[in-house]
Design a protein around this ligand. Sequence first.
Ligand code: MRU
Length: 339
Amino acid sequence: MIRAIEWIGETEGYLQLLDQTRLPNDIVRLSCREVVEVFEAIKVLRVRGAPAIGVAAAYGLVLSIQRVDGSRRACEQLVKAADLLKGARPTAVNLAWAVERLKAFAGARISLPVAEFQRAVLAEARKIDHENAAMCKAIGQHGVGLIAQGMGVLTHCNAGALATSEYGMALAPLYLARESGVDFAVYVDETRPLLQGARLTAWELSQQGINVVLICDSMAAQVMKEGRVQLVIVGADRIAANGDTANKIGTYGVALLAKAHGIPFYVAAPSSTFDLSLANGTAIPIEYRGDQEITEGLGKRTAPEGIKVYNPAFDVTPAALISGIITENGILKPSELQK
Ligand code: MRU
C-alpha cells in the first residue's frame, strides 16, 4: 500500500511526504525539516485528505521541538507551531484534533528532561499515525460486505491511502473486497477543480489492479441512470452531531443524485472526523480557496481575465441523504453518532 507520509529517523529525524500536487506524472518525495515546510505542504495540498493532514501536522509538531533547550521552551515552541498548523486548513476537524491531542500530551510532560520530552512527543505522533492506519483497516473490514461481485461503485475526490496513513477510508472496503477476489468497477469522479479523483484516486486504484472508470463530475447522473452504479462511498472532513457531513465540493450533488436513483450513499470516516460540538452541518467551517484553481487549468487560463469566482472547497451533505457512516466501530446510521 502507498505511504503518503513517513517519519524518517528518530527524534532528530524528518518528515517525508509524497508530493500529491505532482501526481500522477511524477513521484516526488519531499523532506520537511521545519514546521513551516509542513504548513506550506498542507496549505497547497502536497499532503491532503482529512486524516493525512492530522498525521502530517502531528509530525510537524515533532519538528518544532528539535534543537530546543529545555522542555518548557520546547513546549512553548510546540504551542506556537500548533496554532500555525491548525490555521492551515479549516474544514477537516482531524487537523485540529491531532494538534490538540499532541499539545495536551506535551503539556502534561513538561517536567521531563528535554530528550525524554522529545522522545515522548515523537512516540505520541507515531501513535496517531498507527491508530489511523488501524482505523482504516477496521473501516475496510466493516464496509467490505457492501461490495458485491460485478457491482459498480462511485466515489468522489480521494479518500484512499493517499489521504490517510494506509488503506484509506472510502477506498478501504474496496481494497479488502479486491483482496478477497471480488470483481467490481469503480467510477471515479474527476473532482473539479483540483482533480483529486482523476490525478489521485484513479492512479491509486489502478496501482492496486482495481478496475477504474474515470468520469467527469457532470457525468455522474447519466452513469447512474444507465444503471452502472449500485453503491456510492465517499470520505468526510467533518461530521456534525446529527450526521451532516462535510466533504469535497460536489459530494452533496452526488448524494442528491444517488437519492434520485435509489442508490445507497455511504460515508466512510474514523471517529476523529466527528465533531459532536456542532449540532448540525450549518456550523461547519468551509474553506474557500483561490480563484486561479477555477480560472486556470492545463497550464493556461480557462476563463476571462478579471472574472468573478466563487470557490468553496467543501460542501455539506445533509444526514437525510446518508444511508450509513462506516466507522472503525461499525456502520452507524447518521442518527446514531452520539450514542
Ligand atoms: O481538499 P482535499 O483534497 O484535502 O479534500 C479531501 C476530501 O474531501 C476527502 O474526501 C476527505 O478528506 C476524506 S479523506 C479520508
